[in-house]
Write a protein that binds this ligand. Sequence first.
Ligand SMILES: [Cu+2]
Length: 326
Amino acid sequence: MATRNWIPFLTICSLLLILATLAIPQLAQAQWQATIGAQSTDLAKQAMAFLPNEMWIHAGDSITWTFDSAEPHTVSFLKAGQVRPPDQIGCPGFSPDGFATFDGSTCVTTGRLREGQTFTVAFPTANNFKLVCLIHRNMTATVHVLGLSEPLPHDQDFYDKQAQQERERLLSAIDLGSHDGQAAENHVHAGAGLISATPGGSENVAVMRFDHEKTFIHAGDTVEWSNSDPSASHTITFGAEPADPMPPSGNVTLDSDGARHAVISTTTDSVHSGFIVASPQERTGLAQLAPGVTRFRITFKNPGTYSYICTIHDELGMKGTVIVMP
Ligand SMILES: [Cu+2]
């Protein structure tokens, strides 16, 4: 008789225990979702953004960011006052394994992650934290971690809708060559971009394309490429890809207006523009910088078909051809 009475009692006990373990973490530690990056189906338009870029959560909660673009990004929380490191260096001593805890005392970052990958950060203490991508400028967000007694202004459904709205707004914000009125057969727009902001941070969208995939000229003509993206660098690279994409190849000279210029004689010539990009944005306390190199020119001496790529964004489809007729 005694053993028979014990069995239902134990069953109820274990049921209660299971219910308790299921219920407690959900009540005390919410798990929020956000995404990073967005892209058009042809990969040409890349939104460099945390979606959404402002969230309010409770101490003890965590946020999982899902990467959503072929263009890589990082989830990076730096310490207050920390000098921003290059993404290749990241946060020395921290090894990302898909999960981190951030309370402001040590720097936390992922490596370069792409679509399908995720990273979760738990926030044990109340504070306001800035979130950045170490690869891209003007890609920031804010996480407000509130004490448990404070109500949260929004739920996950709100953030999902807001992320979708920001995604659509960014991807429809710009088209190649639509903004500077410069249209000529021997001029190629090498990318275009826009920076935009919300109270939570800044985000930007870039078009990773050459606007004429094919450019037709005659021998002796000069083609000019220009980058009107405020953030993203591009290169115009014929032939061998250099190990370091930042500097131009040795056969590139400077025109008097600051544009880089090269001459190509045969389809086997290698010419690399180096980074074609606007100068970094101004900040009080920084030395004045030159305007940046935003134009690159090549004079083609002989007929032929000359293929080129942007060494940074060729995987997104940023490629072109110059067809030189006699
Ligand atoms: Cu590019």
